[in-house]
Ligand binder design. Structure first.
Ligand SMILES: Cc1cc2nc3c(=O)[nH]c(=O)nc-3n(C[C@H](O)[C@H](O)[C@H](O)COP(=O)(O)OP(=O)(O)OC[C@H]3O[C@@H](n4cnc5c(N)ncnc54)[C@H](O)[C@@H]3O)c2cc1C
Length: 337
């Protein structure tokens, strides 16, 4: 399999048995049989076309901020997207789909006094991942009256479609919704995206960035010391999943190295040595407890990729709340008061 792929992608371009945990924000995941890093949109299109023609199972990985990869790894080819060229043309910016949204794309735009992307500061994402999930965050302080979505500034995107055609599509093509785009149901791959930005004062954009980073720092575990995959469960008809989990008294529950952080009931962190099997056990435990206590079924909003060992057995251990910690739920209650 490796030789066939290298014949088409270039000698030395394919690595074997690459452990995927370091490529994900939760630091979970076993080895990919084969691993190809692409550094341009052209190379990404070529790699996708090649694995499709060879009929090899494959998966495209961005920042790994919305995926949990199984401990047994991935049987096939992981294509790691490091295509990161950024070009400005007036008020528009075109970024290859492996571009890191923050800091790279946001800093480049804000330094040119262009507004539209600054809201998404601090969120781990590539441009491709951002379109896959319709990246979102609250509108600026103090009102924070609505959720803003990256679709609002998308002009068009270049795809290699599920049928292997190169095609430019506009925003309507994506059927964007909350945590949803057509990429969930069609095997199209984003090669690059063009965003339509608006001239603004850099100082005003920096203010939004500072406020949003401060908001996030109070509510979200820092990725470098408390690795996570962001929110685990979807909202239910306007009811926060975190609120339900908190009301059921599940904060601090842990299996192995994975724990529900006391900071935010909808976020699980890897305390070190955590496994995907621990995470799956904790997810199943939360779903069962919340269903029993409230009647609601929580659905996960993350992608599970690759091969999984059976979930860790036994009962959860409850870890105490660290002294002095203010939780996201308490901050939300203070805002409403
Ligand atoms: C601490 C933390 C905080 C977060 N906060 C937020 C938040 O405030 N708002 C929010 O919206 N999200 C948030 N998230 C979720 C996450 O950041 C987003 O979903 C992000 O867009 C994922 O991008 P990625 O590059 O990591 O995608 P990955 O996790 O690598 O991939 C996700 C999916 O997208 C597919 N994909 C990736 N690139 C492409 C492409 N070029 N073409 C087609 N499909 C592709 C992958 O194959 C995979 O199925 C948070 C996550 C973390 C860890």
């Amino acid at each position: 399999m490796k030789r066939a792929l290298e014949n088409l992608l270039g000698i030395g371009s394919v690595q074997e048995n690459v452990v995927l945990a370091p490529y994900t924000t939760m630091q979970l995941g076993g080895p990919a049989d084969l691993f190809v890093e692409v550094t341009s949109a052209g190379a990404l299109a070529h790699a996708i076309k090649t694995v499709r023609e060879l009929d090899l199972p494959h998966f495209l990985l961005g920042c790994g901020a919305n995926v949990v990869i199984g401990d047994a790894g991935f049987r096939g080819v992981v294509i790691y997207n490091a295509a990161q060229n950024i070009e400005f043309d007036g008020n528009q910016v075109t970024a290859e789909s492996g571009t890191i949204v923050y800091p790279d794309l946001i800093e480049a735009s804000v330094a040119r006094s262009l507004s539209g992307l600054e809201h998404y500061v601090g969120i781990p994402s590539t441009v491709g991942g951002a379109l896959w999930q319709n990246l979102h965050f609250l509108s600026p302080a103090p009102a924070r009256e609505r959720t803003m979505f990256i679709e609002e500034v998308l002009e068009h995107a270049d795809l290699i479609t599920a049928e292997n055609d190169l095609q430019r599509v506009d925003v309507d093509y994506f059927e964007f919704g909350y945590d949803y785009s057509i990429l969930h149901r069609r095997n199209d791959i984003v090669l690059r995206a063009t965003f339509r930005l608006t001239p603004a004062q850099e100082v005003d954009l920096r203010k939004v960035m500072t406020e949003n980073l401060a908001w996030r720092a109070l509510r979200h575990p820092p990725l470098d010391t408390e690795p996570s995959v962001g929110s685990i469960f979807k909202k239910i008809q306007g009811i926060g999943a975190g609120r339900l989990i908190d009301e059921c008294g599940l904060k601090g529950a842990s299996f192995g190295g994975i724990v529900i952080t006391h900071r935010h009931a909808n976020i699980m962190i890897n305390q070190g040595g955590g496994t995907a099997a621990d995470l799956q056990a904790l997810v199943a435990y939360v779903q069962k407890e919340v269903a029993t206590q409230t009647g609601y079924h929580l659905e996960t909003e993350i992608d599970f990729v690759g091969e999984f060992d059976p979930p860790t057995g036994g009962s959860p251990v409850f870890l105490p709340r660290p002294a002095g910690l203010i939780t996201a739920e308490e901050l939300a209650a203070r805002r409403k008061a």
